[in-house]
Design a binder for this molecule. Structure first.
Ligand SMILES: [Mg+2]
Length: 185
């Protein structure tokens, strides 16, 4: 099968990275599950300007970008899926500079996977055409894939639990669950 993966929140643990970097930049203790724009700004943990600064710092500077940690299970499950003969394509909203960091970091982690970097605000629909499966931690990125990618999954985190996934995507709580689900398709 052709499997598409989002990068931040599926391969790299961006909630933890944002929490760690918020501590370094602003000396604030904000738990990872608060790191969704509407929550972290809406609840007043960060101003819009601080959040923008945080995002630029983690996505576009090597110093902070490489502090990413892998999502639990990804380093074991991706090689297993490849060994089963599936193909894997990362489709991310990262732009050029941020994409370069993601690719280098992935290679360092031993992940040999191809990337498409679309840039912020671009629909993933065209890049995902032809995929059988796609998983993202952002429901808004999955909505345009209805009718394009047959098997759509939302990687569940504390920061997206308030979102109603409906028929758009099924929730997956872990890489183990996602891996087992693909085997059962
Ligand atoms: Mg994401």
């Amino acid at each position: 099968m052709k499997i598409g993966l989002d990068f931040d929140g599926v391969i790299a643990n961006c909630g933890k990275l944002k929490s760690d970097v918020a501590k370094m930049l602003f000396d604030l203790d904000i738990p990872p599950h608060k790191f969704k724009r509407e929550i972290v700004i809406g609840e007043g943990h960060l101003t819009a300007e601080q959040y923008l600064n945080l995002q630029m710092t983690i996505y576009e500077t090597r110093e902070y970008g490489f502090l990413m940690e892998p999502v639990a299970g990804v380093l074991e499950c991706v090689p297993k899926l490849l060994a089963l003969g599936h193909t894997i394509l990362v489709v991310t909203s990262r732009g050029e500079a941020a994409l370069k960091i993601a690719k280098e970091w992935s290679a360092e982690q031993g992940l040999t996977i191809d990337f498409v970097g679309l840039g912020y605000g671009v629909s993933k629909a065209e890049a995902c055409r032809g995929l059988d499966v796609y998983i993202d931690d952002d429901l808004d990125k999955l909505k345009p894939l209805v009718g394009i990618v047959p098997h759509r999954y939302l990687f569940s985190w504390g920061y997206n639990m308030h979102v109603a996934n409906g028929n758009i995507a099924k929730r997956m709580v872990s890489w183990d669950e996602f891996h087992n689900t693909i085997k059962s398709l």
